[in-house]
Design a protein around this ligand. Structure first.
Ligand code: NAD
Ligand SMILES: O=C(O)C(=O)C[C@@H](O)[C@H](O)[C@H](O)COP(=O)(O)O
Ligand code: ZN
Length: 357
């Protein structure tokens, strides 16, 4: 087992990564302070892992709430239903929400925990690769709105992250690869040595070989934990974790949250950001080629599978949370391991790269 510590004064927490952690309940149960526990999961994950988790809750007053499966269910209405379930449980301020699932469950359950009685504890038990390497770490919680991704939410840090890598055995390959995209993103933004390591281990990672996979999860979590510790609420550096996301979120929204996976949007979005950076003279074509080659070897998309109207995507990008009034702010790329937040990119340049999207 590996442990990554997210260091936040008085609110730090461990990210435990390795096999067998669901059954190792003594470890995570110690993070539950009160008697009430609501486990939030979904209709796919619960039949697989809810039993293993709740064996560790013996003696506590717990219940579960199951979401329907899918990004389109990451809604405000469902947060309301989780809050109702907390009410029915009689949850007091020392209650704990446990999010058992992928990023959709984690983001939504974390937001409900942030809202209940103005904030109660929650524990992340990520069951997708994406949730293990990204969404469970760092305390961004929230839901989508019809007009855009993640537009309502709160920063609310978990008390612990329990990443039991055994559960990845049941994860479909497409979902697995979507998580790999967020690993590549971390390396592309800030860790050239990790990027080169990923190039050397791409086939092993795509095959899910255990040792390199656990190393990749821990490296990505450690990188993200460092960024979060330095800039918890995204006043500066943390925005770099959004590389590819302004484009990717627009593609997700344009597809009504059901056409492409978040990680696929990130993969395509990183390539669009790299092409825009090249166009603006910030990045070299060779670096873009390396990024595209790595994503392709990993089996990830590097362009949308259908044409979109560029002006529609640009309109969606205008609602991104990094923007200021009237100004698009994008994470652009300076090549392997270096990214920057850039304001005032001209519409024509964005439309230029979206033209092919
Ligand atoms: N908060 C953050 O910092 C952050 C970071 C990255 C992504 N996100 C969000 O995370 C979401 C994407 O998360 P995701 O990729 O985990 O998608 P997801 O939560 O939809 O899970 C993907 C699919 O895998 C299924 N699944 C989950 N675990 C499984 C398992 N062990 N075995 C079999 N099936 C399993 C789910 O039921 C679902 O069908 C998006 O909403 C994105 O915006 C948030
Ligand atoms: O943790 C962060 O910060 C990130 O930006 C991680 C992203 O991978 C993640 O998709 C996040 O939900 C995006 O946040 P948003 O603020 O752009 O909605
Ligand atoms: Zn993301």
């Amino acid at each position: 087992m590996d442990t990554v510590d997210v260091e936040l004064a008085g609110r730090g927490y461990p990210v435990w990564i390795g096999p067998g952690l669901l059954a190792d309940s003594a470890r995570w149960r110690a993070r539950i302070r009160g008697r009430h526990v609501l486990v939030v999961s979904n209709t796919t994950v619960a039949p697989l892992y809810l039993g293993a988790l709740t064996r560790g809750l013996e003696g506590l007053h717990w219940s579960s709430f199951l979401l329907d499966d899918g990004e389109m269910h990451k809604t405000f209405a469902n947060v309301g239903k989780v809050l109702d379930a907390l009410g029915q449980l009689g949850a007091t301020r020392d209650a704990c929400v446990i999010a058992l699932g992928g990023g959709v469950v984690g983001d939504l359950a974390g937001f409900a925990a942030a809202c209940w009685m103005r904030g109660i504890d929650f524990i992340q038990v990520p069951t997708t690769l994406l949730a293990m390497v990204d969404s469970s770490v760092g305390g961004k919680t929230g839901v989508n709105l019809p007009v855009g991704k993640n537009l309502a939410g709160a920063f609310h840090q978990p008390r612990a992250v329990v990443a039991d890598t055994d559960v990845l055995a049941s994860l479909p390959q497409r979902e697995y690869l979507a998580g790999v995209a967020e690993i590549v993103k971390g390396a592309a933004i800030g860790d050239p040595a990790f990027f080169a390591w990923l190039e050397a281990h791409a086939d092993a990672i795509a095959r899910r070989d255990s040792a390199p996979l656990i190393e990749a999860i821990a490296r990505k979590c450690r990188y993200k934990a460092g960024v979060v510790a330095r800039d918890e609420t995204e006043q500066g550096e943390r925005a770099l974790l959004n590389l590819g996301h302004t484009f990717g979120h627009a593609l997700e929204t344009a597809g009504n949250y059901s056409e492409i996976l978040h990680g696929e949007g990130v993969a395509i979005g990183m390539v669009l950001a790299a092409r825009l950076s090249e166009r603006l003279g910030m990045a070299a074509a060779d670096d873009t080629r390396r990024l595209v080659a790595l994503l392709e070897r990993l089996g990830l998309p590097v362009a949308p599978s259908r044409a979109h109207q560029a002006s529609r995507l640009l309109d969606l990008m205008r609602l991104d949370k990094k923007n200021t009034a009237g100004t698009l702010r994008l994470i652009l790329w300076r090549g392997i391991g270096r990214a920057d937040i850039v304001s005032g990119v001209k519409d024509d340049d964005v439309l230029g790269v979206l033209g092919g999207a």
